[in-house]
Design a protein around this ligand. Structure first.
Ligand code: NAP
Length: 242
């Protein structure tokens, strides 16, 4: 039986933990050769690669800080050298700060926007020029951009911008048959989810729980596959009904 992503190459930023890890594992299980990017946690990234290889998949880890434009370019060329032209790029790496707007410093602003916004912008730029025709670009945002939360101006502002990047790029890449979609998780059980949001997030869902990274990864498998070819420029909510 041929797997849906057999012969495809995928790059996932922030693939060493949480949602990115689950996406890397899921795309690899569907047959893709996967490049697992990480910033600091080499051990976790290697663990993801080992778990994929142990199941018969193909993967390697590449370190790069996505807040740095030169490192993004190096990440893409290292990935292409290792696995050939890319078919799927998932801009997943992100960070979160929770503080009242009045308390945010310039350093906080630069930290969040350099990774979540500037990083995604230049990942999209590299991806746009490199993915093969028929390719898939997925930008991980958050369902929070449709809600009103205190203390999240920096985080939600940084995510609102990337949703606009993705919509515009989707229109530019249509002629090459490349889709660009936003995948917006709701409250999901990872290191990023603050303790105080677990019970609250569960209470907002009709399923009365937060999501698992695998439930977000299942949606990425659809968006990465041929089955999603008629969907572009959309924001797919994977938030358990929140
Ligand atoms: P996580 O568990 O904290 O993992 C973050 C990942 O991003 C790690 O692999 C980390 O690498 C990587 N990363 C951080 N800074 C980086 C940088 N400068 N360069 C490259 N990689 C970097 O977070 P998560 O919950 O899986 O979040 C993944 C995405 O989903 C984020 O964009 C987040 O905003 C979004 N999201 C999460 C939730 C949620 O409830 N968890 C909800 C909505 C949206 P290292 O391991 O090397 O640090």
């Amino acid at each position: 039986m041929t797997l849906p992503l057999e012969g495809k190459a995928a790059l996932i930023t922030g693939g060493s933990r949480g949602i990115g890890r689950a996406i890397a594992e899921r795309l690899a299980a569907d047959g893709a050769t996967v490049v697992v990017n990480y910033a600091r946690n080499k051990e976790s990234a290697q663990e993801v690669v080992s778990s994929i290889v142990a199941k018969g998949g193909k993967a390697l880890a590449v370190q790069a800080d996505v807040s740095n434009h030169a490192q993004i370019r190096r990440l893409f060329s290292d990935a292409e050298k290792a696995v050939g032209p890319l078919d799927i790029v998932v801009a997943n790496a992100g960070v979160h700060i929770e503080k009242p707007l009045i308390e945010n410093t310039e350093a906080d602003y630069n930290y969040v926007f350099d990774i979540n916004t500037k990083g995604v912008f230049f990942i999209l730029q590299e991806a746009a020029g490199r993915v093969r025709p028929g390719g898939r670009i997925i930008v991980v945002s958050t369902g929070g951009t449709k809600m009103h939360f205190p203390k999240m101006s920096l985080y939600l502002g940084s995510k609102g911008a990337i949703e606009q990047f993705a919509r515009s790029l989707a229109m530019e890449l249509g002629p090459r048959n490349v889709t660009v979609n936003i995948l917006s998780p709701g409250f999901t059980d990872t290191d990023m989810l603050p303790e105080q949001y677990r019970a609250y997030g569960a209470s907002l869902s009709p399923f009365n729980r937060v999501g698992t990274p695998q439930e977000i990864a299942d949606v990425s498998a659809f968006l990465g596959s041929d089955a999603s070819r008629w969907i572009t420029g959309e924001n797919i909510q994977a938030g358990g009904g929140v």
